[in-house]
Design a protein around this ligand. Structure first.
Ligand SMILES: Cc1cc2nc3c(=O)[nH]c(=O)nc-3n(C[C@H](O)[C@H](O)[C@H](O)COP(=O)(O)O)c2cc1C
Length: 316
C-alpha cells in the first residue's frame, strides 16, 4: 500500500484524485472514484446551484467516503458554489483558475479541506499565505485549461515542491503506475488525473468522446488560445482548426469565446467530436481501453509499487 500525507489528510486509500471536469464529472463519476479508493470530485463549473446541491445530496447517499467539489474561481458561478459547498460542509474543496486567497478563510473556518490547482510558482506563494491544505501542480501536458507559460509537469512539480512545505499532487500527463511512481520520485505525494478517468466505464461522457481518446496518437492534441491568454489542450478537430485560424487572423478573445461557448458540452454530452471541444491531455495516446474505475485504480497503485521496487535494480 502507498501511504503519503495526501492519503492521510484526505482519508483515502489511494493517493489518486479525480480531476473535476466541467459537464462530465457529476456525483455518479465522483462516487465511483470514492468507492474505488480515490478522491472523487464533482465539477461545479457549469452546474446550476440546485444541481450542485442535488449532487452533494446524492453522493452522500451512495458513499460514506470523502469527496471534493471543484470550483474554478474565475467563473461567475464561483461565489455561489463556494457558499453551497461551505453551507453543505463538504469534506474537500478543490479551487482552480483563480486566487486561493479569495475564499480560503471562509472555507478553512468551516474545517473544510482546501486544495488549490497551481500552474506556476506565483500561485504557490499565494497558497503558502492562504492556509490551503495542499497544492495540485498541473503541467501543460494536461487536458482542458492549461497555463499560459505551458510549464511541463516534470519541471513544475519539482519547482512547486521546492517552494512549499505543503503536500503536492502532480497532474498532467499521468495515467498509470509508472506515472504515479515518477510523480512520487519528483516529490509529489499523489496524482490527479483527468483524461485517464474519461476512459472508464463509469465516466458520464459521450461514448464518441471516449472513442476519441482511445484513437488518439501522440501528435493529436493541440493548444488553442495562445493569442487570447486562455489556453486549452484539446484533440485536433474542425473546431480546433477553426479557432487556430481565427487566432492567426488576429480575432479578439470575445469573438473566439462567442464562437466556442458551449462547445465542451457539445462534445461531452451530445457527442459532437468534430465541432465540439474535445478537451484531453497528451496522455490520451497511452490509453487503449475502457476500464472500470476500481480496476484502473487498483492497477495503477499495484504497478506503481512494482515500479518503485524494480528501480532498485539500478543501484550497484
Ligand atoms: C474534459 C476536461 C474538462 C476539465 N474541466 C476542468 C474543470 O472544470 N475544472 C478544473 O479545475 N480542471 C478541469 N480539467 C483539468 C482536470 O481536472 C485535470 O487536472 C487534468 O485533466 C489533468 O491532466 P490529464 O488530462 O493529463 O490527466 C478538465 C480536464 C479535461 C480533460
Amino acid at each position: 500500500m502507498l501511504k503519503t500525507r495526501i492519503t492521510e489528510i484526505l482519508g483515502i486509500r489511494y493517493p489518486i484524485l479525480q480531476g473535476g471536469m466541467a459537464w462530465i464529472t457529476g456525483w455518479q463519476m465522483a462516487a465511483a472514484v470514492c468507492e474505488a479508493g480515490g478522491l472523487g470530485t464533482i465539477a461545479a463549473a457549469t452546474m446550476e446551484p440546485q444541481e450542485l446541491i442535488e449532487g452533494i445530496k446524492k453522493i452522500r447517499e451512495v458513499t460514506e467516503m470523502p469527496f471534493a467539489i471543484n470550483i474554478p474561481l474565475r467563473l461567475p458561478t464561483a461565489r455561489r458554489a463556494v457558499e453551497i459547498a461551505v453551507g453543505e460542509q463538504v469534506p474537500v474543496i478543490v479551487s482552480s483558475a483563480g486566487d486561493p486567497l479569495l475564499y480560503a478563510e471562509k472555507i478553512k473556518r468551516q474545517g473544510i479541506k482546501l486544495f488549490q490547482v497551481a500552474f506556476s510558482v506565483d500561485m504557490v506563494r499565494r497558497c503558502n499565505q492562504s492556509g490551503v491544505d495542499g497544492i495540485i501542480a498541473m503541467g501543460a501536458e494536461g487536458g482542458g485549461n492549461i497555463s499560459r507559460a505551458e510549464i511541463s509537469t516534470l519541471v513544475l512539480v519539482r519547482e512547486v515542491v521546492n517552494e512549499t512545505d505543503l503536500p503536492v499532487v502532480a497532474a498532467g500527463g499521468i495515467c498509470d503506475g509508472k506515472g504515479l511512481a515518477a510523480a512520487l520520485a519528483l516529490g509529489a505525494e499523489g496524482i490527479q488525473m483527468g483524461t485517464g478517468f474519461l476512459a472508464t466505464r463509469e465516466a458520464t461522457v459521450h461514448e464518441r468522446y471516449k472513442q476519441a481518446i482511445l484513437d488518439a496518437i501522440d501528435t493529436d492534441t493541440v493548444v488553442t488560445g495562445r493569442t487570447t491568454g486562455l489556453q486549452f489542450r484539446v484533440r485536433k478537430n474542425s473546431l480546433s482548426e477553426k479557432v487556430l485560424g481565427m487566432e492567426r487572423e488576429g480575432r479578439s478573445r470575445e469573438e473566439i469565446d462567442s464562437f466556442t461557448i458551449g462547445s465542451l458540452k457539445e462534445a461531452a454530452v451530445k457527442g459532437d467530436t468534430d465541432w465540439g471541444s474535445l478537451m484531453m491531455g497528451q496522455v490520451a495516446c497511452m490509453i487503449r481501453d475502457i476500464r472500470p474505475v476500481s480496476e484502473m485504480l487498483d492497477h495503477i497503485v499495484s504497478s506503481a509499487i512494482d515500479e518503485i521496487r524494480a528501480l532498485g535494480r539500478y543501484i550497484s
